[in-house]
Structures are given as structure tokens and as C-alpha cells.
Design a protein around this ligand. Structure first.
Ligand code: GLU
Length: 300
């Protein structure tokens, strides 16, 4: 079982950006919240590059993200971990799930699913076509997790109780994609468990994914960390800041201004106005309060 080798720090947090673009106000704010919560709790803070999806990645983004974080004064513990170098771990986890009868091969194409499925809370709900075996003459292209019946419930430190019926709202979801790439939902759970992460502080866009991750944790027999989903950062049109909505990249030269803005977005009251970067971090560590962080979307 995966769980046996993991040593548990009392608090171990992490930031896990995908190098699909540069750091912007949304991802920077998440990094600041996750970092301060870890440091104020006396914990460790790891950095993991989620470079699992080469078709969506932007050349040079991983190193640019690291340089920006460094210029902003973040100090992470240990080496940066790259998911692209951890395929063996994901393979071992998938094999464990297959042996336990919890994962199965699926022959369906996107087109077939789109033709039969209804929409759930995050795209189409897989209709379970291959749950009891692929149709005659077809073989599995992707691997899916057999989701448990009933509601998956957890209490988020900021968003409160969150429940989802995985069978009804999501369906059996993909662990290994038909194109051969590992799915985020599997890799994130395997890595958080392998790295002994106890506390996940990340953006609220991932709230909808958390029940899937809890289902993978239970299927693998690893612990469920504590979750805290920070408010979504949105633009004037109410859209999530992202490369797709053309959020501007953070300029390392404006580090102190950017850090101060992130603190304000996180509801922290009056960070010093003309402090240096070091003064701002020191203020932030002394004054950080998760209770002040708003749960709802913040307009940037
Ligand atoms: N790599 C994911 C993203 O950038 C975040 C994963 C996580 O924090 O669980 O959206």
C-alpha cells in the first residue's frame, strides 16, 4: 500500500502550479495564501510542478514560474518536484486500483460519450458503458475509477461543508487518458500522499474536483488531507483569471506591489503601503489571518 512509507509532518503544505502559462494575479494569490498558512502554522511548504499535460504546456513557463516565485521572496522546502518525472508512481497506483477491481478500461470515445451522456457539475457524466466490460470487439483506451455510491462529504476550512454525489454528478472518471497522459485527479492524490502533504490550500476552482480526489484516496488507502479553498479571483466580467481570459503575467520587478495586492485580495487588513519586500513578508507572517479571507469570488 502507498500509505506505509510516508512520514507525517505536523503541517506540510504545497503549491502545485501547472506550467500552462505564467503566474498571474489568481495563481499568485493562491501561492501567497498557501505559503502564509503553512509558515504561520510552523509547517513546511513544498513546490510541485504539475507538468503532466504537454499539449497544454507553454515552453519556458515552468522556469518562469519558479523565477517569479523566487523574485517575490517565496522560500520552499526541498527540491521542486516535477510530475513529468513521476510516471512510475502513477503507474503503480493505477495497478493497485486495477488489482483491487476499482479501476477499469474504457473503450468509449469523446464523441460516443457526448452522444449519450447528460451534463453534470464538471462536464459530461460518464454513463458507465464499460463499467462491466468493454463492448464486444473493443478494448480499453482509457482507465477510469469506479466511483462509490452515495454522497462524498468533506468540510473545507473556508468554504464549509461540501457534498457531491459522484455517481450522479461526475460518473466514473479518467485516471489514465486515452492519449496516454496521466489524469490530474490521479497524479495529484498520488503525489500529495507520497510527499506527506497534510494541508491543501488552493483555489476554489478545484473545489468541484475534491470529492474525486477523496474517492481516489479512499480507493488507494491513503489519508485525506485537510482542505482550504481560497476565493476565486475573477476579472471585471466575473470570469476566472486564467491564460484563457488573458490575465496579465506578474512582473517580478513589481514584487512588493504584487505581494501587497495579493494580501489585500486575501482580506488582510492594511499591509504597509511602502514597505520593502522583506518588510511586507514580515508584516504578513505577523498578521496573517485565515479568518479574514473571504470565501466568495474576489474581483481583481
Ligand atoms: N495544478 C493545478 C492547477 O494549477 C493545481 C493542483 C492543486 O493545487 O491541487 O490548477
Amino acid at each position: 500500500m502507498m500509505s506505509s512509507q510516508v512520514s507525517q509532518a505536523s503541517y506540510r503544505g504545497r503549491f502545485a502550479p501547472s506550467p500552462t502559462g505564467l503566474l498571474h494575479a489568481g495563481s499568485l494569490t493562491t501561492a501567497v495564501g498557501s505559503y502564509l498558512e503553512a509558515r504561520v502554522r510552523g509547517g513546511e511548504w513544498l513546490l510541485r510542478m504539475e507538468d503532466l499535460d504537454p499539449p497544454r504546456e507553454v515552453a519556458g513557463a515552468a522556469s518562469a514560474i519558479l523565477q517569479t516565485l523566487e523574485a517575490l521572496g517565496f522560500e520552499w522546502d526541498g527540491e521542486v518536484v516535477y510530475q513529468s518525472r513521476r510516471h512510475e508512481l502513477y503507474r503503480a497506483a493505477l495497478e493497485q486500483l486495477i488489482r483491487a477491481g476499482l479501476a477499469y478500461g474504457c473503450a468509449c470515445t469523446r464523441k460516443e460519450i457526448a452522444a449519450q451522456a447528460r451534463r453534470g457539475v464538471d462536464g459530461f457524466v460518464y454513463p458507465g458503458t464499460c463499467r462491466n466490460g468493454c463492448p464486444p470487439g473493443r478494448s480499453g483506451r482509457a482507465w477510469r475509477l469506479r466511483v462509490p455510491p452515495g454522497e462524498t462529504v468533506f468540510v473545507d476550512r473556508l468554504q464549509g461543508e461540501y457534498r457531491q454525489d459522484l455517481e450522479r454528478d461526475i460518473g466514473d472518471f479518467v485516471l489514465l487518458r486515452a492519449d496516454g497522459f496521466w489524469a490530474y485527479q490521479l497524479a495529484v492524490v498520488v503525489d500529495d500522499a507520497a510527499q506527506g502533504v497534510t494541508d491543501i490550500v488552493r483555489g476554489a476552482d478545484l473545489l468541484v474536483s475534491t470529492p474525486r480526489q477523496i474517492a481516489v484516496q479512499r480507493a488507494l488507502g491513503v489519508a485525506t488531507p485537510s482542505y482550504c479553498h481560497l476565493p476565486l479571483m475573477v476579472n471585471a466580467a466575473g470570469e476566472k483569471l486564467s491564460k484563457q481570459t488573458l490575465a496579465p503575467a506578474i512582473a517580478p520587478a513589481a514584487a512588493a506591489v504584487e505581494l501587497r495586492r495579493a494580501l489585500i485580495r486575501l482580506g488582510q487588513v492594511s499591509p504597509p503601503e511602502c514597505g520593502s519586500l522583506a518588510e511586507l513578508w514580515s508584516w504578513a507572517r505577523d498578521n496573517w489571518s485565515l479568518e479574514r479571507v473571504p470565501a466568495g469570488p474576489v474581483a481583481v
